[in-house]
Design a protein around this ligand. Structure first.
Ligand SMILES: [Fe+2]
Length: 303
């Protein structure tokens, strides 16, 4: 069997507003429009990623939070209704998805070997979190590629950002090892927004874009600082300032998805492609891809 590889990693945020605004048949509430810059950026990113024919999407979501250890879905099929607890008026989504259980178990095994606590979720009625659903929908609305869904362990909240990020680095290493052994072509999805301060009242029409804007200039500057480092191929420097970024912007990256992904990619030193940046209820969201395989091919061709 040929060695598997990580084709790409994507910072793939999960505001339910983006699904709501695109009116897929699975979602009960219907919108007129909204958040086009982010949605169209996602569409371009999805097109580029799907063109690379991945076998599986691996998604790490802050909304499947587990107190003890890192959990993995362990059944081939899940079906249900996902309702956003904050925005039930925007997101009531009927999902049906397939899991690559073999790869799920392989990552869990590698993680265990590296000293992490792991557990496999085998409850057929388990409700998949809305972060996973939203990110996967926006990346592949056809749902015709299986996923591996990984929980976010609570260590950054119980201990510290530093301890949490260390755990995610190990989880990233375990993920890379398992993908290589699997022979599969995987795309990693870090289901995170960036700065996370937000408005507390919703306009009467949620998609009324005259209300949507940056929450605070300082938050925006932090987002731009991180995006500048991504575009410059400085993932290591970005990881170094991530604990401070998390403190200053109450960022969802605290839950570890971005750190997991960057470590699985070996902390990339090549520029990422930014497809879009925009706000959703004032929070910063960027769709950003590290085209890992393309970069390795370019390095091999040109040295
Ligand atoms: Fe979230």
């Amino acid at each position: 069997m040929a060695e598997g590889s990580i084709v790409a990693g994507v910072l793939a945020p999960h505001p339910p507003h983006l699904v709501y605004a695109s009116n897929p048949p699975q979602n009960e509430p219907k919108a007129e429009c909204g958040w086009e810059v982010l949605r169209w950026g996602y569409e371009r990113c999805s097109k580029d990623i799907l063109a690379q024919k991945p076998d599986v999407f691996l998604v790490h979501s802050p909304h499947w939070m587990t107190v003890i250890g890192h959990h993995f879905l362990g059944l081939p099929h899940f079906k249900g209704l996902s309702v956003d607890p904050i925005f039930p008026n925007l997101f009531r989504y009927h999902y049906e998805l397939n899991v690559d259980v073999d790869l799920s178990l392989m990552i869990a095994e590698e993680a265990k070997d590296l000293g992490l606590t792991t557990r496999i979720m085998r409850n057929p009625d388990f409700r998949i979190d809305y972060g996973t659903i939203t990110t996967c929908h926006l990346m592949n609305a056809a749902w015709d590629i299986p996923i591996v869904s990984i929980s976010s362990n609570n260590s950054p909240y119980y201990f510290s950002n530093e301890v949490g990020q260390q755990q995610m680095a190990v989880l990233g290493e375990a993920t890379r090892r398992a993908v290589e052994k699997s022979g599969k072509r995987a795309v990693l999805l870090a289901s995170n927004s960036m700065s996370h301060r937000h408005f507390v009242t919703e306009p009467e029409i949620p998609e009324d874009m005259s209300h949507e804007h940056v929450y605070h200039h300082g938050q925006y500057l932090w987002d731009m600082e991180l995006l500048k480092l991504m575009k410059a191929g400085k993932a290591r420097e970005m990881l170094d300032i991530l604990p401070e970024f998390i403190e200053m912007t109450v960022a969802e990256v605290k839950a570890g998805a971005l750190t997991w992904m960057l470590h699985a990619l070996g902390v990339p030193d090549y520029p990422a492609e930014v497809y879009a940046y925009g706000t959703v209820i004032g929070t910063g969201n960027a769709v950003v891809a590290w085209h890992h395989e393309q970069n390795r091919q370019e390095v091999a061709a040109h040295g």
